[in-house]
Design a protein around this ligand. Structure first.
Ligand SMILES: *[C@@H]1O[C@H](CO)[C@@H](O)[C@H](O)[C@H]1NC(C)=O
Length: 188
């Protein structure tokens, strides 16, 4: 009788163990499926571009406008959404090469220090449809500001790099600004 009970307990525990294994197997089945990669060796390129970024806050067709109100007198907390023209030369009327789409927020309580998150979306030549993503800190009144390029799409896949921003024109009354952006980017 005792032997029978021991055997019964043993077989039950073995069955339970098998059931558990089955559950685990089910889980591994829904794991990520690794896709085959094109193993062509790609050559990394380094490119440098210069564009002018226009933050137009005045007039009937602003390209940049506040979407969140500031919480302090100094402006801390304000957020602007932008669809800013990018041009080849400093004049707004010069050749349009793309748009800077995204937002910037007043992230410093001591100075005008922005957090910028934007995509430079290009519309010209072979770069048409490609974009780079910039995320960084912009102390607007510094002569030169540097922000990281954290990624890209299209011809800028795998992009890494940085931009240097220099104010070309700033109208303190209207807030309108033209900023020269030099983009240094590694991509494939
Ligand atoms: C850019 O691409 C869009 C959509 O594919 C197309 O309509 C447009 O004509 C292209 N522009 C240039 C300058 O190639």
């Amino acid at each position: 009788m005792n032997t029978f009970l021991i055997l019964l307990t043993l077989s039950i525990s073995i069955l339970l163990h098998l059931a558990q294994c089955h559950i685990i197997d089910e889980h591994t089945n829904i794991d990520l499926v690794e896709l085959e990669l094109d193993q062509t060796v790609l050559k990394q390129k380094q490119s440098r571009f210069r564009v002018y970024w226009h933050d137009i806050q005045s007039g009937n067709h602003p390209s940049s406008m506040p979407i969140v109100k500031p919480v302090t007198k100094m402006g801390f907390g304000q957020v602007n959404m932008m669809d800013n023209p990018l041009t080849l030369g400093p004049k707004l009327s010069s050749k349009a090469v793309g748009k800077a789409q995204g937002f910037y927020g007043m992230a410093s309580q001591e100075e005008v220090g922005l957090l910028m998150a934007m995509n430079f979306f290009f519309i010209t030549g072979k770069y048409n449809g490609s974009s780079i993503t910039i995320l960084g800190r912009n102390a607007v009144f510094d002569h030169m500001r540097e922000m990281p390029v954290i990624g890209g799409s299209g011809l800028f896949r795998w992009a890494r790099g940085y931009v240097q921003a220099r104010t070309h024109d700033l109208d303190l009354k209207s807030g309108d600004a033209t900023v020269e952006y030099t983009i240094y980017v590694m991509h494939y």
